[in-house]
Design a binder for this molecule. Structure first.
Ligand code: NAI
Length: 381
């Protein structure tokens, strides 16, 4: 029995969990396996029970954990609250945000050929402009830093500028790219594309490109650079290439089938993850995980959907498909396939939650809980 920590989450969290957990348990039971679920408190539920949004007990349990899965956590706007998601990522050094993006037949897509999209994005999660080193325009910090940059380095920087810092390291870039290459090798995928903006930001994004190639070349004969690859010599190897971020957005729309694994710094990766998710039907369907070298926190990638909360209309697929990723990570690939098949099958039947039904001609709208019952019927008993 594998131990799994779970965080219910705010807003629609309780509703999507009510559907997701029985489906994951049914898939495991079919394989004569089971999960040992242990709840951890975070968000509003934690605040009500303990007076804290992220209790010490939760952090302590995760310190020794290997796997957790969470629903969405709300972030109060303004008022000095930090996002709980960002806090978890930084506290546990969850440096790789991994998002597979694949179309499920029947779901509404804004592109003509969503079936050509089949990519896994590896987004660096701890560095870049998201490091939180940022000073407001006119603040003493921004004025002092601006003065220093002007006087010491001759930097052309307006006295009225807000200033953010973009730290990116060899260590941070390499561990992310190694992980992406290992994933491509383990899954027999043909390429890893390093996505960066190194033509403009030469030392940060350009550093990511240089370090990324160095990390990829540590894999020796298992990889080959795109410029050296021919159909003959690249057979069975992972092709390593890079693309400037703006060109990558274009390629993702025009030739998505040419890319399988993408590795990217934080900001590009954030944009790419949501843009690609939109190509295959939106965030309500997209699974994801944030990983360090010892801990993986799987998560629904959407937010708390406050306007849908309490109405039994939320789409539980993102949490469910993240759950399937978790089962695969734990070594239960067959159970993961069962969950994915159940989702595909209920969507093919066109009995779906309102968000999906809106883009699906002839669909029958069902509640979140009814969607869950239909999923359970698809899992052999
Ligand atoms: P959101 O993802 O909650 O909602 C955006 C839109 O998508 C809304 O129309 C919502 O109703 C719809 N939606 C999202 N998930 C859905 C689902 N499963 N089924 C049906 N419809 C769904 O984003 P928003 O409104 O920007 O954020 C709300 C709160 O969630 C904020 O406090 C934000 O900080 C937090 N958030 C948390 C995330 C996480 O825990 N990973 C990620 C994104 C936002």
């Amino acid at each position: 029995m594998k131990k799994v920590y779970w965080i219910e989450g705010d807003g629609i969290g309780p509703e999507i969990w009510k559907v997701a957990r029985p489906v994951l348990d049914a898939a495991m039971a079919h394989m004569s396996e089971s999960l040992e679920w242990t709840e951890l408190l975070a968000g509003e539920k934690a605040l009500a029970a303990t007076g804290e949004l992220l209790p010490q007990a939760t952090l302590k349990a995760l310190e020794n954990a290997e796997v957790a899965i969470k629903g969405p956590l709300g972030t109060p706007v303004g008022g000095g609250f930090r996002s709980l998601n960002v806090t978890l990522r930084q506290h546990f050094d969850l440096y790789a945000c991994i998002r597979p993006v694949r179309w499920i037949e029947g779901t509404c897509s804004p592109v003509l050929h969503p079936e050509r999209v089949n990519m896994v994005i590896f987004r660096e999660n701890t560095e870049d402009v998201y490091a939180g080193i940022e000073y407001a325009a006119g603040s003493p910090e921004a004025l002092k830093l601006g003065d220093f940059l002007r006087s010491e380095f001759g930097a052309k920087i307006d006295r009225e500028a807000a200033i953010g810092i973009k730290p990116m390291t060899e260590k941070g870039s390499k561990r992310l790219v190694r992980r992406a290459v290992r994933y491509a090798l383990a899954h027999g995928l043909p390429s890893v594309t390093l996505v960066h903006k190194g033509n403009i930001m030469k030392f940060t994004e350009g550093g990511f490109r240089t370090w990324g190639y160095e990390a990829a070349q540590e894999f020796g004969d298992a990889v080959i650079l795109e410029k050296e690859a021919t159909p003959e010599n690249s057979r069975g190897k992972v092709i390593i290439r890079d693309r400037i971020a703006d060109a990558m957005f274009q390629e993702a729309l025009l030739h998505p089938e040419q890319h399988s694994v993408l590795a990217s710094p934080n900001l590009n990766g954030d944009y790419l993850s949501d843009a690609l998710a939109a190509q295959v039907g939106g965030l309500g369907m997209a699974p994801g995980v944030n990983m360090s070298d010892s801990l993986a926190i799987f998560e629904a990638t959407h937010g708390t959907a406050p306007t849908a909360a309490g109405k039994d209309i939320a789409n539980p697929c993102s949490l469910l498909l993240s759950g399937a990723m978790m089962l695969e990570h734990l070594g239960f690939a067959d159970a993961a396939r069962l969950v994915e098949q159940a989702v595909k099958s209920v969507i093919a039947d066109k009995t779906v939650t309102p968000d999906l039904a809106a883009g699906m001609p002839g669909a029958q709208t069902v509640s979140c809980s009814e969607f869950g019952r239909l999923l359970l019927k698809k899992i052999p008993g």
